[in-house]
Write a protein that binds this ligand. Structure first.
Ligand SMILES: *Cc1c(COP(=O)(O)O)cnc(C)c1O
Length: 541
């Protein structure tokens, strides 16, 4: 199965370059896929998530210390994407175009927040949230693969991708900005009508490109997700349309996010605010506001590639399934709530989840390491890991949870991860504290991460700095920010927080279609929308 040699017991390839990186499913029934296949398919046929067969080692990572974001991204992504699949010059061009849309020259700048805590600002992309880092790249990748598949093809012979997604806010706008105007791709983004923040809604609906379809569903976010799931499971639409996914289970999103872990580490090493004597090779902690576990999983890959990570801090809000796992070894849906909706609405809505979809990928690696302690061959270890994950995920579905997992699996997880749960009240207090102490305005998601970092700092060995990931611009979550800061002397949201790009957004032309909470009605809308685009393409060719 594996085409690489020199695999150590923990599955790390000793080669610095993997000439033909292949992918397998976490549930063990799908393997040998190319990067292009996993990007276009999203979810594996056995219901699992794709992971690389080997995690490549970034053997000469220290020599990357002065590279620009784009050059660094190129080196890292080249370890996962073979030149036979995407020629190096093309990959470089895709990366360059993806990050040219960012407002900061450093793409993801690192600033010193306070004491030993540094803030990695990931919100300088088109929609002011960290999801742009991955979705700008994914949009260009889709386009690249489609252009190549469609060379010499015309009209209905062309491979047309129909992206269907549900959003409670950030994913939708970032996906729309990643895909707007791209040839051979249509995007249908479902949001619960009137239930996303006004800025988020405007960011989506003011995009007027013909291939972007905003659907306002008469229902809640769960209804939107159910409609999307029904469409992906529907044989009829799958017979006529190639459906694509852009949610965080797409491997390319995780991969793109590994870059800023390296980039921020180097920025810290250069920073005058780094602990005195800090040098390349010294460890850092990362604190990551987490929902679906995609962002922090990228940190895990960076660590496995060789970045000196002391701990990855999983920061959750009151939807705390991840925090409970790392404390107890049990992964269980929240049943403590009396309300009909087990997902609690919090001030950090992009982290309001019941289960974390990407956690399955970490579970696979933990199960694989555990299997490897038995010392059999690598193929057997991988098979064991796939079976273990399948059973866990089945129990999650049928019994609402699983665990406690084996002690050795939990301790392996705890060697790399620690976790914190931050309530809404603590989130507001953190926004207020940092504003008073250093005059910086945190968005509520970022505040969850910063509070977790502050707690972790009391436990870090002397001198280990913490990089806390800032996942959104505070203006996107005006409600929470105002709630925290309205009584602060001299605080003025419009002067202090609001970026010029948001001013006048509400006066712009909008494009959005109301739809019923009915998947078949949505299916009709999707068919009609794609048909209209295909006709327009035919007419213009
Ligand atoms: C999506 C999102 C998160 C959570 O990231 P995951 O990869 O789902 O863990 C945190 N903060 C913001 C602002 C987000 O949009």
């Amino acid at each position: 199965m594996s085409e690489t040699n020199g695999i150590t017991a923990n599955g790390v390839s000793e080669q610095t370059h993997t000439p033909s990186q292949r992918y397998l499913s976490t549930r063990g029934e799908d393997s040998g896929l190319s990067f292009e296949e996993v990007v276009l398919k999203g979810l594996a046929t056995d219901g699992g998530l794709y992971i690389p067969e080997e995690i490549p080692q970034a053997a000469d990572w220290q020599s990357w210390k002065d590279l620009s974001f784009v050059d660094l991204a190129f080196n890292i992504l080249s370890l996962y994407i073979s030149p036979a699949e995407i020629p190096p010059a093309d990959l470089k061009d895709i990366i360059q175009r993806s990050y040219a849309t960012f407002r900061s020259e450093q793409v993801t700048p690192l600033i010193h927040l306070k004491d030993n805590i540094h803030l990695l600002e990931l919100f300088h992309g088109p929609t002011f949230a960290f999801k742009d880092v991955a979705l700008q790249f994914l949009g260009n990748l889709f386009e690249y693969f489609l252009v190549r598949r469609n060379a010499g093809k015309t009209g209905r012979d062309r491979y047309h991708l129909t992206v269907v997604g549900a959003t409670s806010g950030d994913t939708g706008s970032a996906a729309i900005y990643g895909l707007r105007g791209k040839k051979d791709v249509s995007v249908f983004m479902l949001h619960p009508k009137g239930r996303v923040s006004p800025i988020q809604e405007l960011q989506m609906t003011t995009v007027l490109d013909a291939n972007v379809h905003n659907l306002a569903v008469a229902g809640n976010f769960d209804n939107c997700q159910d409609i999307v799931k029904a469409l992906f499971a529907d044989p009829e639409i799958n017979a006529t349309h190639r459906l694509g996914a852009v949610n965080s289970i797409n491997w390319a999103r995780i991969l793109a996010q590994t870059v800023y872990y390296f980039h921020s580490y180097f920025a810290l090493a250069r920073s005058p605010a780094a602990p005195s004597g800090f040098k390349l090779g010294d460890k850092v902690r990362f604190s990551v506001p987490s929902g679906n576990f995609g962002d922090i999983l990228a940190g895990y890959f960076a660590y496995r590639m060789g970045l000196p990570v002391d701990k990855l801090i999983v920061a959750t809000n009151e939807n705390d399934i991840l925090d409970r796992f790392f404390k107890t070894g049990r992964y269980e849906k929240n049943t403590s709530s009396n309300s009909a909706d087990p997902v609690k609405e919090t001030l950090s809505p992009a982290m309001d989840i019941l289960v974390s979809s990407n956690f399955e990928r970490l579970l696979w690696f933990l199960a694989y390491e555990f299997a490897a302690t038995a010392g059999l061959d690598d193929a057997w270890n991988k098979k064991q890991a796939g079976q273990e994950v399948s059973v866990w995920l089945r129990d999650l579905k049928t019994k609402g949870g699983f665990g406690p997992v084996h002690d050795d699996i939990l301790s392996a997880g705890r060697r790399t991860f620690e976790s914190e749960r931050v309530s809404d009240e603590e989130t507001l207090a953190t926004i207020r504290d940092l504003y008073r102490q250093v005059g910086y305005v945190l968005d509520p998601h970022t505040a969850v991460g910063v509070e977790a970092a502050r707690r972790s700092a009391t436990r870090t060995p002397e001198g280990v700095p913490i990089i806390s990931l800032s996942t959104a611009h505070p203006a996107k979550f005006a409600g929470a920010v105002n709630l925290a800061l309205k009584d602060e002397e001299g605080f003025d949201f419009e002067a202090k927080v609001l970026p010029p790009e948001f001013v006048g957004l509400d006066k712009k032309e909008k494009r959005v279609q109301d739809v019923a909470n009915d998947w078949k009605a949505v299916r009709d809308v999707v068919r009609a929308g794609v048909e209209e685009e295909l006709k327009a393409a035919e007419a213009s060719s």
